[in-house]
Every structure is written in structure tokens, then in C-alpha cells.
Design a protein around this ligand. Structure first.
Ligand SMILES: Nc1ncnc2c1ncn2[C@@H]1O[C@H](COP(=O)(O)OP(=O)(O)OP(=O)(O)O)[C@@H](O)[C@H]1O
Ligand SMILES: [Mg+2]
Length: 379
């Protein structure tokens, strides 16, 4: 059993590099968390629908899923399905329809609404569960496609944390600058608390010098964010999805399954340790309570009002390429900023009262049946 977080933790699993283990990590961490007694939801936001397959949830053309939630305003609760093999684990499936959502979202003239649809749907879902007296979600993991389009932006706006899986191979860090630029853009406009909280090294083969060197480089670039646990290459991990399962149920004793279990434990325990470290010292724990002064805001951090004001960017730029992106991408791995941003404390999210509460800025599409249902619900 693992402790529940004080509030729902929402993690977007992103890396625009393809095939690095985003889906594998999202589904196996989610399954491991649920097996440890937590309530977990996976939002498949990739038109490939790989997370849905791996969790044994149908995602044929007509299955209501992320497309209907994003484009037609279908309430998440109507799209979410239980994972058949793991109690406490639910999935919002994605089908190939979702590929069309990029185009449809691009037509939404309101820039804030365009990237806030998922955040709003998730906030409504969390509120609805609470109203119905259902157990609170402990973890929500969003499995992103290998791109930085509007769907990934929606996922970044909906989360408080980003989990980046990195495959320990040559060019591992390539493209991370671009991902960090987008995270920065979302941070400075809509979601100031968004942070890269976790990096997971995947398909790690400790026998090769290259893997060790890449791991060292990643740990130097993000000294406090990389989980100690690495995920080894394992045939059983790659076989599991073809059986509609995660390796956590397909072969629980396998080294890959044990590593994902250990990574899930680290994800949870590290968070609780950070919360404890950030908690204010109780007044009776110091000799002179009057002497306790609030800690100064971290320079450049989200809590620094001056920094936040200075960094505010027009929302209109969301979804547009950053002017510097092209140049930085060409520079490749060397261009990754080697200095880590200041450690942020509690990475928890109150989806109903936080900066993401944008309810009211978007209306469901009444021309579709599910949109009409959503509109009626909202009314
Ligand atoms: N630890 C591992 N051991 C062996 N194979 C793995 C491991 N992790 C992932 N794979 C395999 O590598 C391939 C890519 O993994 P995965 O689909 O998780 O990456 P992804 O980042 O989600 O890809 P995409 O960018 O296409 O969404 C898959 O075939 C998967 O089964
Ligand atoms: Mg994937």
C-alpha cells in the first residue's frame, strides 16, 4: 500500500521524441499505483491509442473517448472505462479520431479555451466524483503523443507535473529544449505551477557504456528530478500490450514489472518527502515563534510575483511555435539548459480553485448529441 497524496496529482507524460517509453511508463506506473491501493485514471491523449490497448480497453472508431471529451464536450465520466485487470484503475480511451482534434481545436478562436478543454473536463470530472461521493482520484496520468501540438498543450495545461521518460540512447536529450520551451510558455500564461517533476530513464542497459553516459548526462541536467530507479529493457514489457495487459499483471515477477513498481513507490514517496520538507515549521517547534519569518520567494520561481509578472506572455502565442524553437532544436542535445530550475515544493493540484479553473470560457458544441448532453449538464 502507498499513501494517498493530499490532493489529486496530475502528471502529463510527455516527450515529443517517439518511442522513448511514454505509453509503457504511463500504463505501468498507473497499474503499479493502483495495485498499491490508489485510485488512478489514465487519460489517453494519443490518437495511436496505445495506452488504451495496453490497459485492455476498447478504442474502436465509435468508442467515446478523448476526442468526444475534447471536441464534443462529452463529460469525462461518460468516456471513462475500468481497466479489466487492475482494480482502482480507469482509462479514458483514445481512437484514431483524435488525430482530427488538432485541426478542430485550431479552429477555436478563443486561445485560452483552445488549450483548456482537457483541464476543464478533468476539473468537472473530479468535482462530479466528489458530488457523487465516489473515492477521490489520487493520480491522473496523461499519455501524450510524440508531438507538441494542441493536444499536448491541453495535457500540459491540465497537469501540475510533467513526467519525462528518457530512453538511454544517443540523442536522448535532443528535443528536450523545445519541450521545455512549451512547458515554460504554459507556465507563464495559464499554469504557473507546472513543473518538470520527474524524469524516468527507460530501456536502460547498465552493461553498455553509452547508457551509463546518457544517464549521467541526464542526471547532470536535472540533478533532483531523475528517479533513482531505472527501467531495464525487458521482452516481457514489450510483449504485454499484445495481450491487452500491462507487465504488472502479465508477468508481475519480471524485472521490468518490479522496476515499475519501485519507480511508482519512488514517485509517491519522493512527493511526500518534498511535501514534508516544504511544510511550515509548527510554531511550538521553535523557541520564539515571533522570530519565524516567511521564506523569501525563490528567484525566478512561480512564487516570485516579480518574476511571474515579468514572464507573462500573451496567451495568443500558445500553440504557435516559439520564435527561438527552430534554432534551438538544431543545436540538439548540447542546447539543453544544463541548469535546473529551482526546486518547487508541493506539486499538488486543486483542480476546482487553482489557476486552471476556466469554467465558463467555453461552451459545448450543441450540434452533436454528446455536446448537447454536456451543455444540458452545465446548465
Ligand atoms: N523497458 C522496455 N523494454 C523493452 N521494450 C520496451 C520498454 N519500454 C518500451 N518498450 C517498447 O518500445 C516501444 C516504444 O515504447 P512506447 O510505445 O512506450 O513509447 P512511446 O514514447 O509511447 O512511443 P510514441 O512516441 O510512439 O507514443 C514499444 O514497442 C514498447 O513495447
Ligand atoms: Mg506512446
Amino acid at each position: 500500500m502507498l499513501p494517498k497524496p493530499p490532493q489529486t496529482r496530475v502528471l502529463t507524460v510527455a516527450n515529443q521524441k517517439g518511442g522513448v517509453g511514454k505509453t509503457t511508463s504511463a500504463v505501468n506506473l498507473a497499474a503499479a499505483l493502483a495495485q498499491c491501493g490508489l485510485q488512478v485514471l489514465v487519460l489517453d491523449v494519443d490518437p495511436q491509442g496505445n495506452a488504451s490497448t495496453a490497459l485492455g480497453v476498447a478504442h474502436e472508431d465509435r468508442t467515446p473517448g478523448t476526442y468526444e471529451v475534447l471536441v464534443e464536450g462529452l463529460p469525462l465520466s461518460e468516456a471513462v472505462r475500468p481497466c479489466p485487470d487492475v482494480r482502482g484503475l480507469e482509462v479514458c480511451p483514445a481512437s484514431i479520431d483524435l488525430a482530427g482534434a488538432e485541426m478542430e481545436l485550431a479552429q477555436e478562436p478563443d486561445m485560452v479555451a483552445r488549450v483548456s478543454l482537457l483541464s476543464r473536463a478533468l476539473a468537472d470530472h473530479v468535482a462530479e466524483r466528489e458530488e457523487q461521493g465516489r473515492p477521490r482520484l489520487d493520480y491522473v496520468l496523461l499519455d501524450c503523443p510524440p508531438s507538441l501540438g494542441l493536444i499536448t498543450l491541453n495535457a500540459l495545461v491540465a497537469a501540475r507535473e510533467v513526467l519525462i521518460p528518457i530512453q538511454c540512447e544517443y540523442y536522448a536529450l535532443e528535443g528536450l529544449t523545445q519541450l521545455r520551451n512549451n512547458i515554460g510558455l504554459v507556465q507563464r500564461s495559464l499554469n504557473p505551477q507546472l513543473e518538470i517533476s520527474t524524469i524516468l530513464l527507460t530501456m536502460y542497459d547498465a552493461r553498455t557504456r553509452l547508457a551509463r553516459e546518457v544517464a549521467d548526462e541526464v542526471r547532470r541536467a536535472f540533478p533532483t528530478r531523475v528517479l533513482d530507479t531505472t527501467i531495464p529493457r525487458s521482452v516481457r514489457i514489450s510483449e504485454a500490450p499484445s495481450h491487452g495487459e500491462t507487465v504488472m499483471t502479465y508477468d508481475p515477477g519480471n524485472s521490468g514489472a518490479l522496476s515499475y513498481l519501485q519507480a511508482a513507490r519512488e514517485l509517491v514517496e519522493g512527493h511526500h518527502a518534498r511535501l514534508a520538507a516544504a511544510a511550515p515549521v509548527p510554531a511550538d517547534a521553535v523557541e520564539d515563534p515571533e522570530a519565524v519569518v516567511p521564506a523569501p520567494a525563490e528567484p525566478g520561481g512561480a512564487t516570485d510575483p516579480a518574476a511571474t509578472a515579468e514572464q507573462t506572455v500573451p496567451v495568443a502565442r500558445l500553440g504557435q511555435p516559439e520564435p527561438s524553437d527552430a534554432a534551438e532544436v538544431e543545436e540538439g542535445a548540447d542546447a539543453v539548459d544544463q541548469t535546473e530550475e529551482p526546486e518547487q515544493p508541493a506539486a499538488v493540484v486543486d483542480l476546482r480553485s487553482g489557476p486552471l479553473d476556466l469554467r465558463g470560457s467555453w461552451t459545448p458544441d450543441r450540434s452533436t448529441a454528446s455536446g448537447r448532453r454536456a451543455a444540458e449538464r452545465r446548465a
